[in-house]
Design a protein around this ligand. Structure first.
Ligand code: C2E
Ligand code: FE
Length: 370
């Protein structure tokens, strides 16, 4: 007789996955966990969670260990049939069903036999994807009514948590994009490429982590550092893009970008923007007190500012500016070594050199175009 999963096994799986899923924020991990839960519930050989992208007319999925997504046309095969109709599709022998698309089997050498496809809906009952279980591992190898019930329950649960996770990751991605875009305002006006802010963010993260800060705090600095020069929006183009050396008057105007950046963010209650305010204010201070805007020295300069100062100068020296050519790496490293304890926090300078390999890798990975 067709085989259903025993009740106590069912409970075990539900408890196991309920707690795992509740603690997982990462969309890809969530995706894989849910596929695994579906596989265990239905005793299937494989289980895939397909998410719909109606704009691109595809369904996509994540595979374990793979970086890329797998995509199929939204109307393709039995998965597509379940998505289009909104109804359960349960087939004992896929090759006897004209809707089945054997292309994937042909590519992978896998032999699909029984298939169970269950549409996934969000809280508003809109279709967002399909659960697909393949090849029941029992004899006879067919999916049962209970399998449909269990996987449908999982689909309901999945629909709600996936939607939350998708919204959450949308939010995080937009936040990152806004930050980089804002950071680029100061840069693009001085004709620098967008790569500068990304590199500074990555260097800052490496130095922050290397100096013993937590992963969370290092990520905060990484997110906030791209906005260090946002105050340059208030500096006239003629100064920003001047091909030669600035006059004292011009440089005094330029120096205001630190305080301007600070005042843009200082009233925010958001952690990232508070960090951005401090970074904008302190990234041109120097350890020996000879920097600006306040001439603070040593640990009176906020740690975030001291970190970004190193990252910013390292990157500025290696980049072409309207007023200077890019320096060769050796010359840059000599300057940083020389400025240890003068411009730069001596401990952070050591951290910088301890992590030079990772820093140089970032430099190679995010080269300026042209
Ligand atoms: P930036 O070009 O992004 O440079 C950031 C910081 O990197 C500079 O802060 C400085 O500490 C370091 N740096 C950059 N290029 C050199 C260099 O050739 N030699 C040395 N020793 N250090 C360098 P700083 O000096 O406070 O300048 C802040 C911003 O003011 C610069 O940002 C740039 O936008 C502008 N700026 C500075 N000097 C000039 C200049 O002579 N001409 C023009 N057109 N702009 C300048
Ligand atoms: Fe600056």
């Amino acid at each position: 007789a067709p085989f259903d999963i025993p009740a106590e096994e069912l409970l075990k799986i539900i408890f196991e996955f309920a707690s795992k899923l509740a603690h997982e924020n990462d969309l890809d991990q969530l995706h894989l966990l849910m596929a695994e839960m579906g596989r265990r519930l239905t005793l299937a050989d494989r289980c895939t969670l397909w998410i719909a992208d109606p704009e691109d007319k595809i369904l996509w999925t994540k595979i374990a260990h793979g970086m890329d997504r797998i995509k199929i046309p939204i109307e393709s095969g039995l998965v597509g049939a379940a998505y289009r109709s909104g109804e359960v599709v349960s087939i004992h022998d896929a090759y006897k069903d004209s809707r089945f698309n054997p292309a994937v089997d042909q590519k992978t050498g896998y032999r699909t036999q029984s298939i169970l496809c269950i549409p996934i809906r969000n809280a508003d009952q809109e279709m967002i994807g399909v659960y697909q279980a393949v090849n029941k591992q029992t004899s006879p190898p067919v999916f049962t009514e209970k399998d449909i019930t269990y996987l449908s329950l999982a689909a309901t649960y999945t629909g709600q948590s996936m939607e939350k996770a998708i919204l959450y990751s949308e939010l995080i991605e937009s936040q990152k994009e806004i930050i980089l875009t804002m950071g680029n305002i100061g840069e693009s006006r001085s004709r620098e490429t967008g790569q500068h802010v990304k590199r500074v963010a990555a260097y800052s993260y490496i130095i922050a982590r290397g100096s013993g800060l937590s992963e969370e705090e290092a990520r905060l600095i990484e997110l906030a550092s791209p906005m260090h020069d946002i105050g340059k929006v208030a500096v006239p183009d003629a100064i920003l893009n001047k091909p030669g050396k600035l006059t004292d008057i011009e440089f005094n105007q330029m120096k205001k970008h630190a305080e301007t950046g600070y005042s843009i963010f200082k009233n925010s209650k958001r952690k990232i923007l508070q960090a951005a305010a401090l970074i904008a204010r302190d990234h041109h201070e120097k350890w020996d007190g000879s920097g600006y805007p306040h001439g603070r020295s040593g640990e009176d300069i906020h740690l975030y500012g001291r970190i970004v100062a190193l990252a910013d100068v390292f990157d500025a020296l290696g980049s072409k500016r309207p007023y200077k050519d890019a320096w060769p790496l050796e010359k840059i490293l000599n300057l940083i070594r020389f400025e240890k304890g003068k411009h730069f926090d001596p401990e952070l300078t050591d951290v910088f050199f301890d992590h030079l390999e990772a820093i140089e890798k970032v430099r190679d990975d995010y080269r300026d175009e042209s």
